[in-house]
Structures are given as C-alpha cells and as structure tokens.
Design a protein around this ligand. Sequence first.
Ligand SMILES: *[C@@H]1O[C@H](CO)[C@@H](O)[C@H](O)[C@H]1NC(C)=O
Ligand SMILES: *[C@@H]1O[C@H](CO)[C@@H](O)[C@H](O)[C@H]1NC(C)=O
Ligand SMILES: *[C@@H]1O[C@H](CO)[C@@H](O)[C@H](O)[C@H]1NC(C)=O
Length: 606
Amino acid sequence: MKEDKSSQNPAFKDQKEPAASGQLHPTSSSTSRSGSLKILLAAVLLSFVAFYVNMSPKTLPETYALCSKEGKQIYTVDDNDTSVECVLVKGSYVVDSGDLAKVQKRSDDTIGQASFPVYYVPSGSIVLPGLSDSHCHILEHGASLQIPLSEGKTVEETVSLVRAYVLANPDLEKNTSSVIEGWGWDHASWDVEKLPSWRDLEANSVVAGRPVILQSRDGHAVWVSKRALDANAPYPETVEGGIIVRDEDGEPTGVFIDSAQDLIYRPPPTDEVLSRRFEITVRNALAVGLTSLHDAGFKPDSLAFFRRQVEKGTLPIRIYGMTFFDEYGSYWGDQVSPLVGAGDDRLSSRSVKVFADGALRTGGAALYEPYADNPSTNGVMRISPEVLKKVIPRFLKDGWQVNVHAIGDRANGIVLDAFAEALKGVNVSALRPRLEHAQIMTKADMARLGDLGVIASIQPTHAISDMWYAQDRLGPERVKGLYAFRTLIESGARITLGSDFPVEVINPLKGFYAAITRLATDGTSPHGPGGWFPDQRLTRLEALRGMTIDPAYASFTEGILGSLEPGKRADYVVLSQDIMSVPPERIMETKVLATAIDGRIVFGGL
Ligand SMILES: *[C@@H]1O[C@H](CO)[C@@H](O)[C@H](O)[C@H]1NC(C)=O
Ligand SMILES: *[C@@H]1O[C@H](CO)[C@@H](O)[C@H](O)[C@H]1NC(C)=O
Ligand SMILES: *[C@@H]1O[C@H](CO)[C@@H](O)[C@H](O)[C@H]1NC(C)=O
C-alpha cells in the first residue's frame, strides 16, 4: 500500500515552515471603514500573527475563514453543487459561506464579531468536504499492514514475508507457540495461480512448526500452517456456505473458504493489539483526506473497542458501524439499542451487516448460471432466502438499517426479493436499506433496485482490479452486468462509494480515478486506453458526491455531514490540485495538504 507513505506528503514539510512555504496564511479581515476599528484590527492581526508563529500550525483559532484566492475553489457539494470563495468556521461548525466580502458583511450576525482571521489555501489547490469511505474494514486495515503479504509475487515470496516478520519480532521468534496472523495473500496475483497449502509454509525453516493463520486479500479464505490445522482438527466432511479445500487423498490442504473459515480458531486480539491496528488505520485515513468511515462488519470485540475509545475521549475519526449478523447465532436486533452520534457525533452503530454470498475472486459469489471458467459451480449462498425474509423486516422494525453483502446476480436477486417484501407500504427514506457491493446484477434487478429506493454501496477500485479476469469468470454477456455503475444510476438507484480497504488501497482518490476512467492507474484496461466498458463511467460530480454527501445520506447524517453548508460540521480536506478539472491521468498525483474534522486540523499543513 504505497499510497500510505504519508511521510512523502509535502504537507509534512509545510507544517514546519508554514509562513515561508506559501501554504495557508492567516490574515485578518473586516468590512469596517472606521479608523479605530482598523487600528484594532491591525492589533488583532499582529497578535494573531504572533500567536500563529508561536503555536503549532495545527492549532487554529476558534473562529476563522478558509478562503481561496483564485475564485471559487471550495466545492460545497450542496444541492446545487455550488462553489464558493470562503467558508466561515466557528468551533466545530460551518456558519457561513460565499464571497469574502459578503461573509464579512454578515459576520456581526453570524458570529457576533466584525473580524476574523482568514486562511488562504495555496494557489491551485481546492477544498472539498471531508471524504467518506462507505465500505471498509477499520481494524482489519491495521492488521493487514502487520505483514505486507500482498507484495508476494509467488507463494515462496509470500512465505518469506512471514519469515521476515517473525525474524523482525524477537518475542514472536522466541516463542514458537505464538500465533502469527497476517492478511493480504492473493494467489490470483502469483506467477502460478494455484491455491497454497500448509506444505508451502512448512517448507520455510523459520516458519515451520509455528501456528500461522493468513487471511486472503478478499477476506474470503484463510490459509493455515500444519500446526494450526492440527490444532483445529477434526473437520467435518462439508460445511454449508463454505469449502474445505482438500488434496487428492481427501485431506485438508490448509485453505478454508467462506464460512469454512470459522473452523479455524483465532485467539481474540488484546486491547493493545487493537489499539495498534486502530492507530495505523486512523493515521493512514486522515493522510488521504478521509474523515468518515463506514465499517462494514463490526465483530463484538471491535464494537466494544470503539465504545471504549469514545468513553476514554474523542474518537480521532468518525465511524459509522454495521454490526455483523451471524445467521447461525441468535437474533439480537431487539436485545441491543442502536447507537447514534455518540461521542460528539463520532461513533454510530445503527446498522446490521448480513452476508448473502461470497466473493467473485474466490468463486464464492452466488450466480444464476454456472461460472464460465468452472461450470461445476454457481457459487454459494451464505444464508437461506427464508432466513433473509425473516430477519430483514425484524431488524428494520427494531430500528436498524439493513446492509446486505451481495456480489453474485443470484444473491442480489434474492436479497431484493426480501427487501421488496419488507418495504411494502413503508417509507424507504426512513429506513435506507443498502446492498453492499451490488456487483453483478441483471438489468431487471437494477431496475428493481431503483424502484425500491435501495442504496447501492459500490467500490470503483474493485472494478479496475477485477476487470482483468472478470470476463473469464462470467463470460462475455454476463460481465456487462458487473460494476455497471451508469446503468445502476440510470435505473434510479442511489449510490454511495467505498473502497473495501484493506481489500483495496485506502486512498479515496484511487476510487475517484477508477470511477471516472475505468482504467488501471497506468492507463491500461482490457478494452484499451479508453477504459473498461467506458459507457459505465461516472462523472466527476457523481464520484465527488459519491464520496461526500451520498455516504452521509447512506448513514443518516446528511443533516450534519457531507457538504460544507452552514449548520454542518466543518470536516474538510485541502487538495493540492483541482481533481474536478485536471486531466484524469494526473489525478493520482494529487496530494492531501490538510484534513480537518470539526474545524480542527488533524493532518497536514495549515
Ligand atoms: C438551489 O437552487 C435553487 C434554485 O435557484 C434554490 O431555490 C435553492 O435554494 C438552492 N439551494 C441551495 C442549497 O443553495
Ligand atoms: C508463548 O505463546 C503462547 C501462546 O500465545 C503463550 O500461551 C505462552 O505463554 C507463551 N510462552 C512464553 C514463554 O511466553
Ligand atoms: C419519509 O421519511 C423521511 C426521512 O425520515 C421524511 O423526511 C419524509 O417526510 C417521510 N415521508 C413520508 C411520506 O412520510
């Protein structure tokens, strides 16, 4: 995840030399023509400059205006997609916006004072509302960076990354009973596309004999060592909704797919481990301009962890959580109360995540017709249609938003059947159910999605990752219904964008780029430099809204987040160049200069 190396961000440099760098400079402002006020102002300005120089540049005054010198470079993302010259911030909120002169003229009314310091963003830069990721895995991202498994180009290389991790951690190296956990292997990216086995881990002298549990990049498979395999034996013949991969003799090879992963016991992480994972994710997220994260699957221990963080103090980023529903466990929708806006609107847990099927990469997506490259299977449903039809209306009635993971066309169809029944005669905008991924859909189901008002929570970076093999899996006709973003919008569906990190990189600019180009970052695609199914591209405005106001709507927070309008939280990001107008091939060069939450700088160089 090279995008994560925030030390390369010039904003760090600017932090140390704010005045000389020509980054955001404070000046003071007033509309008054009276001489005495001017003198007062000069004093305010001087004291402010002194204050600014002496303090950490991250400390902003309670009230200030953020302005662009070159016209209207602040994208408010309001209903009319208005751009403005300035926003006025007081405390945690935006209190006014517009031309500086007008903001000044009104300031007696808006903030009860005639003057305020003004910060100008650097030439060429823009301001956007803080960015949201509508589908990600917060603690898993931190965990995924413990061992950089995704860098392995062969199975041997991947195993040697585990070896390097063991050798780099003396406590682990000494204790051969310590469980080693990693994330991110992807056999589809290896020189030989073959599932690994416990034997590959045993072949490395440092790794051999240890309990090792390695999650695949898409989170749908786990690969374990001989010791971990033995520790969890014996195994059932088959598992509903999952696959125990076996060799010619019928013995488990150490790879478990989808619900078969549950056969492998993983010791619960300690609070220290969770804190370390959380810090990694927060640091990386703020450095790429993310201020709100929708976590697509709280496990009980992660929700408890986030609640403890809120009790201890302010969460460093906004989190909107979906709590995992286990179809084999008991119904909990009436046992727990939804949590809304805890810790000064930083933590909400008011939605449930239900899994309908697996993933396309590992062949777990439930399709109507068999896989084109493996006619023996249609993929697997992880939940029965009957259970879906029972629990969806129950959760909705008990006050939970229902977000269902559905990849394959059959899974999407079955979930829409259940939604259609549950939504009869009710106000959908009060409930806002979501299809997480909505990846492969028939035309008829896309139309149904629009009619029902169900939100499609989609991941543009998946499109440019999967475009290389998608047609092999699905065939030339069915592939047209995969990541068909334009068709989704035209069917009247609301969308919201996410990355699914750590499955993909955390940088939301890559999602923006993928959505508007449908090209790999090197400008290629299976359909050439014009993009993969280019008719399905989003416009820049759709992509921008998909990362700001749409996620706010999809999390019931459009009244306080998602745009820079008076009365909303002052969450914003300053980008080094205008992603709404630069040539697409330059978008990935964009730097995040500053990220702010509640009007306070949390990353970069104001
Ligand atoms: C958008 O434009 C319409 C028509 O000009 C206007 O009535 C409305 O107030 C505007 N909305 C915002 C948020 O500026
Ligand atoms: C080694 O690790 C295991 C598993 O975490 C633990 O139970 C055991 O106490 C550790 N041994 C030592 C000597 O620290
Ligand atoms: C439906 O719900 C939304 C959001 O809660 C509300 O604003 C709207 O007035 C409701 N519509 C009807 C017809 O009740």
